[in-house]
Write a protein that binds this ligand. Sequence first.
Ligand SMILES: [Zn+2]
Length: 534
Amino acid sequence: MAACNQHTLSISEEGASSFNRDSLMQHIKMLASDSFEGRKPFSAGETKTVAYMENAFKQLGLDPGNGNSYVQDVPMVEITPTPDAVMKVQSPNGSFDLKRTDDFVVSTQITDSVVSLNNDELVFAGYGVVAPEYNWNDYAGIDVKGKVVLVMVNDPGFGVDTTIFKGKTMTYYGRWTYKYEEAARQGAKAVLIIHNTQAASYPFGVVQNSWGSSNLFLDKRDNKQYHCALQGWVSADAAKKLLAAAGKDTSLLLSANKQGFKAVALNEKLSLNVKVKAVYNTSHNVIAKITGTKRPGECVIYTAHWDHLGVGKPDAKGDSIYNGALDNASGSAALIEMARAFTSLKEKPERTIIFLSVTGEEQGLLGSEYYATHPVYPLNKTVADINMDVVDAYEKKKDIVITGAGQNELEDYVAEVAKQQGRYLAPEAHPEAGHYFRSDHFCFARVGVPALDCKGGIDVADKGKEYGKKEEDDYVQNHYHQPSDEYDSSWTFDGGIQDLQLLFLVGKKLANESTFPQWKAGSEFKAIRDNMMK
Ligand SMILES: [Zn+2]
C-alpha cells in the first residue's frame, strides 16, 4: 500500500522518527486548556504559555536564544479608537454623512488623544500600488501629501485582466497592509480601502469585527517612520456614494485595471474626529537554539505563534474561551517536538537552529515583525524561516500545498522530501486570498529571508479529495477562530506527523549545507535579499 510506503520512507531518516502523537497531544492538552485562557498577549494565559515554552526548551537542553535569556521582550501598544458616529463628506453636489461601522471602519497607529480629518481632500488612487517590476505606479503625477486616498483591495487586474501582475495569485501589492504602507510612503493623511468580498476574500463583517474596537500594534515610539493619521475601509456601497457625489461611477474603478491609469482628485472633502486611547505594555517571544557545530553564526529558524484570541464573545453553547487548540497550540507543540527531533540527532546540525515561539500573530503578526525588525541573529546569516501554523490533526495526505508557491527555492527542498514520502505538490485552492502574507513567515519574507509555509492538502490517503475538502471546510466553518477550536482526544495527527517529518528534513538539509536558498525571479522579495547578501 502506498500509505505504508510513505510511512517507512519518511521516517527512515535519522531524527524524523522522533515525532509522535502522544507528545504532541500532551503539549496541546495543556496549552489549549481553559486555565491558559486562550493565550492572549498580556493575560495570565501569556505568563503560563511563555513559562511552558521556556521550560520545554530548557528540559530538552536547548541554549537560550537571546543572549542568556529564553525571552525577547516585545513592546506593544493597545490602541482603542472611538470615531464620531458619522464621517462628513462635502462634495460639489452637496454634503452627506457616512455611518461608522455600517459604511466605514477606521483605525490609527497615532497615539495622540484625538486624530481628525478636517475637510481633507479625497483622491481615488486606483489600487494604490507602486510596483516598478510591473511598470505600475498608481501615484504617478499626483501629490497626495496631506490628502485622503481611496484605493481598491487586491492586485491591479483582479477579476478583470489575468495577464497583469500574477494573474489570479495575489502579490503583496494586493494586501491591505501594503495599501496602508504605500499611502504612508506617499505622505497621505489617511487611506480608505474599498471593500469587495471577492477581492478581499472575506465579507465586510470580518472587517467590521477586526477594526471595530481595540487593536494591538508594536510600540514604535523610537521609530520616526511616518504613518497615516487614519487607515480604514469603506463598504462597497459607501464607495459608490462617494463616487456618485463626485459625478463618477464604478467605471472609474474599472479604469484602474489599465496600464497608465492616473489617480483622480474627487473634489470631495472629508471630516471626522477620532478619540484615541493608548495603553503601552510588553509581550514576549520565546527563543531557544541548538548551536551549530561548523557554522554557528548561520541559522535556520523555525517559527510558530503561541498566542490566540483569549476570552471573547461566547458561542451558542456559552463558551467564551478561545482555546486555539489547533490554532496554534498545535504549532507550539510542533515547535517543541521539532527541537526534540534535532536534539535526537547523533551528529548535531552544522548551522544553528533557532526555535522562535512568537506572540501577537492574531493581532497582526506582531511578534514575528518585532523579531524580523530586531533580529537576534543577522538576517544575512539567516538561511530560512520555516513556519508552522495549524498542524494537521487528521489523516495522512498524499498532497502537500505550498503557500505562495513560486516565491523561493525552499519549495524545491519540499518537493524533494515530498517525493521521498511518495507525495506530490498541489496548487493552493485560493491563491487570490494571499495566504503567503497572512502568517508569521511573511515577516521574514518582507525583510528578505526566504520563508516557507506548507502543509498537507485535501487528498486524504485512501479516502480522496472530496473527503479531505469536507474535513477542511468543517474546520474553517465550525472551529476556526471559534471557542470550539478545542483539544479533541480523537485526533490522530497522522497527517501532521508526516508534515512535521517533512519540515524537519527540509531544515536538516538546510542546516548541513553551506549555500543559501534564493528567491525566485519575479518574487517581490528578491531584491531585498540580493542587496543584503552582496
Ligand atoms: Zn494561527
